[in-house]
Design a binder for this molecule. Structure first.
Ligand code: MG
Length: 381
C-alpha cells in the first residue's frame, strides 16, 4: 500500500470518494487541490489537515488562505500550485481526479518524481497518451488506473505476458438512452442526460456516458495504458455494469473482473495495489443477480463512440481535439445553451477543422486543445 496521497480534484465525485477510502484505510492525505469550491475544500482540509492545499482559481485561493489562516496549512494557487501538490515529497501517490486537460502538467511532474499515479483523469491519456506512457516508462513510475473498466483490465492482465493478450473487451452500460434513436434525443435535457442507471458520477462524465463519448475516451485510454491498437479493443454493451471489463487471451480464455458498480472499489485498489484489503463496499450476491446481458454498441445512434474510435485510429492530436471540443460542448449543454445532439456535431466539426498533428510535444498538444475549444466557443456560444 502507498504511504500518503495527494488528491488533485478533491471536491469532485472521485476526489470525495478517494478521501472516504483514504479515511477508511487510515491513509494520510498530504496534499489536496481544488478548482474553486472552497467551502467543501475547507471542510476537507480541516478534517484531514494536509500539509499543502492548492486552489487553482487565484481569487478563490486568496479567500481560502484567509479562511484557514488559523491553521498551519500552506495554500498555493494556479498551475504552479497544482504542480506543487503533485510533487510534494511527503506523498508517494497522486490521485489525478481533476477534470480536463488541466491534469496533464501535474501528472507529468508527478511521474518525474516517480510517484504512483492513481489515474482518474481520462484526458491525460486521451490528449497525451504516447508522451505520458513513454515518460512513465523512462522514469519507472507506476500508473494504476482508477477508471473501473481499466482497473478491471489491469487486474485481468496482472502477471500475464504481453503475447498472451488477444483482445480487450471493454464493457459499457449503454447509458440512460440505450436503445433510443438519435432523432428521439433532440430535446434531451441536462437532467435527463445526467441520470445514469448504474453509476453515480459528476455531471460532465454523466453526459459523456449518455452520448457514449465516455466509452470513446476510455477506448483511447485503454489503447495507451495497455499498449494495444484500436483493433485489439472491442466495446461490449453490458447494461448491468457488474462485469467491469474483460480480457480475451490467445487460447480463447476470457477473464472478467466483477464487482458492485461503486467507484470506491477501483479507487481503493489503486491505493493498496498489489495488496487487497477489506473495503467498506457491498459485495456481489450471486443469488440475487439475475441476467447479465451483452450486445454490440449502436454506433449509428451513438455517433460519439464511432467518432472516438476514428480519432483513435487517426492518432496524433485527433483524440485531444475531439476531447477538448466535447468538453466545451458538454459544458454548453449543461448550461442549456447547446442541444444534446449538437455535442457530437461540435466534436466532429472540431476534428474535421482543427486537424491532427502526429508526434506532438506537450506545447503542440496544448495548442491543439486550445484550438478545439476556440472552435466550439466561436460557433456555439
Ligand atoms: Mg469508466
Amino acid at each position: 500500500m502507498v504511504k500518503a496521497i495527494s488528491v488533485l480534484g478533491c471536491t469532485g465525485s472521485i476526489g470525495r470518494q478517494t478521501i472516504a477510502v483514504a479515511e477508511h484505510l487510515g491513509l494520510p492525505v498530504a496534499a489536496l487541490s481544488a478548482g474553486r469550491q472552497i467551502d467543501r475544500l475547507e471542510e476537507q482540509a480541516r478534517r484531514l489537515r494536509p500539509k499543502l492545499v492548492a486552489v487553482f482559481d487565484e481569487e478563490a485561493a486568496r479567500r481560502f488562505r484567509i479562511a484557514v489562516a488559523d491553521t498551519d496549512i500552506r495554500v498555493v494557487s494556479g498551475m504552479e500550485g497544482l504542480i506543487e501538490a503533485a510533487v510534494l515529497p511527503e506523498s508517494d501517490c497522486v490521485v489525478t481526479a481533476v477534470s480536463g486537460a488541466v491534469g496533464l502538467r501535474p501528472t507529468l511532474a508527478a511521474i518525474d518524481e516517480k510517484k504512483r499515479i492513481a489515474l482518474a483523469n481520462k484526458e491525460t491519456l486521451v490528449c497525451a497518451g504516447e508522451l505520458v506512457m513513454a515518460r512513465a516508462k523512462e522514469r519507472g513510475a507506476e500508473i494504476v488506473p482508477v477508471d473501473s473498466e481499466h482497473s478491471a483490465v489491469f487486474q485481468c492482465l496482472a502477471g500475464r505476458g504481453k503475447g498472451e493478450l488477444k483482445k480487450i473487451l471493454l464493457t459499457c452500460s449503454g447509458g440512460p438512452f440505450r436503445g433510443r434513436k438519435r432523432a428521439e434525443l433532440e430535446d434531451v435535457t441536462p437532467a435527463q442526460a445526467i441520470s445514469h442507471p448504474n453509476w453515480s458520477m459528476g455531471a460532465k462524465i454523466s453526459v459523456d456516458s449518455a452520448t457514449l463519448m465516455n466509452k470513446g475516451l476510455e477506448f483511447i485510454e485503454a489503447m495507451h495504458l495497455f499498449g494495444v491498437t484500436p483493433d485489439d479493443i472491442q466495446v461490449v454493451i453490458h447494461p448491468q455494469s457488474v462485469i467491469h471489463s474483460m480480457v480475451e487471451l490467445v487460447d480463447g480464455t476470457v477473464i472478467a473482473q466483477l464487482g458492485v458498480p461503486d467507484m470506491g472499489l477501483p479507487i481503493q485498489l489503486a491505493l493498496t495495489w498489489p495488496e487487497r484489503l477489506p473495503s467498506m463496499f457491498e459485495h456481489l450476491d450471486f443469488w440475487s443477480l439475475r441476467d447479465l446481458s451483452f450486445s454490440a454498441p449502436d454506433l449509428e445512434n451513438m455517433p460519439c463512440l464511432a467518432l472516438a474510435m476514428d480519432a483513435a485510429r487517426t492518432g496524433g492530436t485527433a483524440p485531444c481535439v475531439m476531447s477538448a471540443a466535447n468538453e466545451e460542448a458538454v459544458h454548453l449543454f449543461l448550461k442549456e445553451r447547446l442541444g444534446y445532439n449538437r455535442i457530437y456535431e461540435a466534436a466532429a466539426g472540431a476534428v474535421e477543422t482543427v486537424g491532427a498533428v502526429q508526434g506532438a510535444d506537450l506545447d503542440t498538444i496544448l495548442a491543439a486543445d486550445a484550438a478545439a475549444r476556440a472552435y466550439v466557443l466561436e460557433r456555439y456560444s
